[in-house]
Ligand binder design. Structure first.
Ligand code: C2E
Ligand code: CA
Ligand code: CA
Ligand code: CA
Length: 278
């Protein structure tokens, strides 16, 4: 005589079991991917709204799986964060970005600064030294690198986080706050952190200029950033209408498919060489 709940429970645990298995599979394959050189960075340009020129690039991780093809980070970064593998993965990203900047310099190419995404778990006391080592190993000037961090780090908010940020900034590295607007940071709160750039999350850019709420949020973020003398980047810009609205607001840079998807380093070099303009 059951409660009628057993089938549901059974189903639930079976689903959990599948999820755990899937995570374990991704984790072990990801370790191999690191060892076998299956990871690579793509670059997405950031464009100045004032000049129309490319003024930066965001490095975005890709996994070229021998069987499954190109896998996007949305699939494997969360697993890496859960399992702790994100440290190794993140270190690889830092290393590879610096290596790429060095290759560009050695080839005599004038390339813009590269932004590296950091997971909250990478943000520990050892980070400034790890950054310094990577920069030194490749002779990279810190002005060529920017770090993108997310709001979850600020919410954690401890003084130690601020101390690490200050150390990075003192080294000459600029900090950008990614996905802004999706978390809980208020103006007063943000002031505590040495952040030079805010990136408006794609979630709000998508609705421009038709969704009133999104327009209000974008306007508030830009106004606030201007008061704090921060650069403001809009991400996920796909239409000319969105661009026009963001220009009107006084946004500094934009990033999105309107201009370019993330592309391999060689394609990005070509784009820079062509003097590509918006
Ligand atoms: P993110 O940092 O917010 O990166 C922006 C994402 O938006 C990228 O997805 C990019 O391809 C996508 N995107 C850019 N413009 C447009 C657009 O106009 N329309 C649409 N629909 N999408 C656009 P991607 O490359 O799949 O990366 C997803 C997320 O994975 C990133 O979000 C970031 O959180 C994480 N990630 C990527 N690379 C790294 C990395 O090296 N380290 C860490 N910790 N996280 C990374
Ligand atoms: Ca980012
Ligand atoms: Ca983002
Ligand atoms: Ca985002």
């Amino acid at each position: 005589a059951g409660t009628g709940m057993e089938p549901a429970l059974l189903f639930f645990s079976e689903e959990m079991n599948q999820r755990v298995k899937e995570h374990l599979r991704i984790e072990s394959e990801l370790r191999e991917a690191l060892a076998n050189g299956e990871l690579l960075l793509y670059y997405q340009p950031k464009v100045s709204l004032r000049t129309g020129r490319i003024v930066g690039a965001e490095a975005l991780l890709r996994w070229r799986h021998p069987v499954r093809g190109l896998i996007s980070p949305g699939v494997f970064i969360p697993v890496a964060e859960e399992t702790g593998l994100i440290m190794e993965l993140g270190n690889w990203v830092i290393e590879e970005a610096c290596r790429q900047i060095r290759r560009w310099r050695e080839a005599g190419l004038a390339m813009p600064p590269v932004a590296i995404n950091l997971s909250a778990r990478q943000f520990d006391r050892g980070l400034p030294q790890r950054m310094a080592d990577a920069l030194e190993r490749h002779g990279v000037h810190p002005g060529q690198v920017m770090l993108e961090i997310t709001e979850s780090l600020l919410v954690r908010g401890a003084d130690s986080v601020i101390a690490i940020m200050n150390e990075l900034v003192a080294m000459g590295l600029a900090l950008a706050l990614d996905d802004f607007g999706t978390g809980y940071s208020s103006l007063a709160y943000l002031k505590k952190f040495p952040i030079s750039t805010l990136k408006i999350d794609r979630a709000f850019v998508t609705g421009l200029p038709h969704e009133e709420d999104d327009c209000a949020i974008a306007r508030a973020i830009v106004t606030m950033a201007q008061q704090m003398r921060q650069e403001i980047v809009a991400e996920g810009v796909e239409t000319r209408e969105q661009m026009a609205f963001l220009r009107e607001l006084g946004c500094d840079q934009l990033q999105g498919y309107l201009f370019s998807q993330p592309i391999p380093a060689a394609d990005f070099e070509r784009m820079m060489g062509d003097g590509h303009r918006l």
